[in-house]
Write a protein that binds this ligand. Structure first.
Ligand SMILES: NC(=O)c1ccc[n+]([C@@H]2O[C@H](COP(=O)([O-])OP(=O)(O)OC[C@H]3O[C@@H](n4cnc5c(N)ncnc54)[C@H](O)[C@@H]3O)[C@@H](O)[C@H]2O)c1
Length: 255
């Protein structure tokens, strides 16, 4: 175990599986105290059981669409581990809506999870970061913030908004020595990608792999490695950025 995040309290949303769970595990391995909020209590308890780091791991069931759930979770987490020094807004969902048939409620739900929750979480942790004149926030956006794919309306809009939020927030809190960055994964082997391929035409997975310069998708651990670097003090002059971790997929066009 390294001590790169020693002394830190890292808070993660959607930490029970996929990329979030990999960030939980990596932050623990780097010496942090880690708290995570997730809507799925059973999956969260299963992860905690597997990781076994009881003295440095705290989790709670909560919906990041709800300011009340966030406040309740934050209150308990800081009692356990002290003020949050780093926040990773990872919870997110895909969207496969039709732009004409989609209801306002469906629209609001996508934006509530993929965009608004990042602001609600930041609002909860920023007062203590500002007081400490130290802190880092990483928003897990997507390659869809730059390039997108038909049939996933309006996921790209929400994730592009999250990158815009990242820039705005970085400027607002920079004077307090708090850094805010986005990390945009490309295809990463998790439930969300499995769901995407299940909904798509047969053979798409093979074509997607073929389009990747390295012929493969990311593992959640490869995304977690970059997220942990961005919250660590090693990234002390990185702020307002959107790091694309896509295995070079965004570097090519059709042909
Ligand atoms: N997997 C990919 O290829 C990929 C690519 C680009 C971006 N992303 C982004 O990475 C993040 C993580 O994705 P993943 O692939 O690990 O997904 P996942 O579905 O495996 O995990 C998402 C986690 O968030 C939790 N969650 C969802 N809604 C929540 C809510 N309202 N409140 C609390 N928790 C909630 C889920 O229970 C789950 O544990 C998402 O923001 C996603 O948009 C993923």
């Amino acid at each position: 175990m390294s001590d790169r995040l020693g002394g830190q309290h890292v808070m993660i949303t959607g930490g029970s599986r996929g990329i979030g769970a990999a960030i939980v595990e990596k932050a623990l391995a780097e010496g942090a105290r880690v708290s995570f909020i997730d809507i799925d209590l059973e999956e969260s308890a299963g992860l905690a059981e597997r990781l076994g780091a009881r003295d440095r791991l705290f989790f709670g069931r909560g919906d990041v669409r709800s300011a009340a759930d966030i406040a309740g979770f934050h209150e308990k987490a800081i009692v356990a581990f002290g003020p949050v020094t780093a926040l990773v807004n990872n919870a997110g969902r895909n969207s496969y809506a039709d732009p004409v048939a989609m209801t306002e409620q469906q629209w609001d739900d996508v934006f509530s999870v993929d965009l608004k929750s990042a602001w609600l979480m930041a609002r909860a942790v920023l007062p203590s970061m500002i007081a400490a004149r130290h802190g880092a926030i990483v928003n897990i956006a997507s390659l869809h913030s730059e390039l997108t794919y038909p049939g996933m309306f309006p996921y790209a809009a929400a994730k592009s908004g999250l990158v815009g939020l990242t820039r705005s927030l970085a400027l607002e809190v920079g004077p307090h020595q708090i850094r805010v960055n986005a990390l945009s994964p490309g295809y990463t082997e998790t439930f969300l990608v499995k769901e995407f391929f299940e909904k798509s035409a047969p053979g798409l997975r093979a074509r997607v792999l073929d389009a990747h310069p390295m012929g493969r998708m990311a593992t959640p651990q490869e995304i977690a490695n970059c997220a942990v670097f961005l919250i660590s003090d090693e990234a002390s002059f990185v702020t307002g950025a959107n790091w694309q971790v896509d295995g070079g997929l965004g570097a090519r066009f059709a042909g």
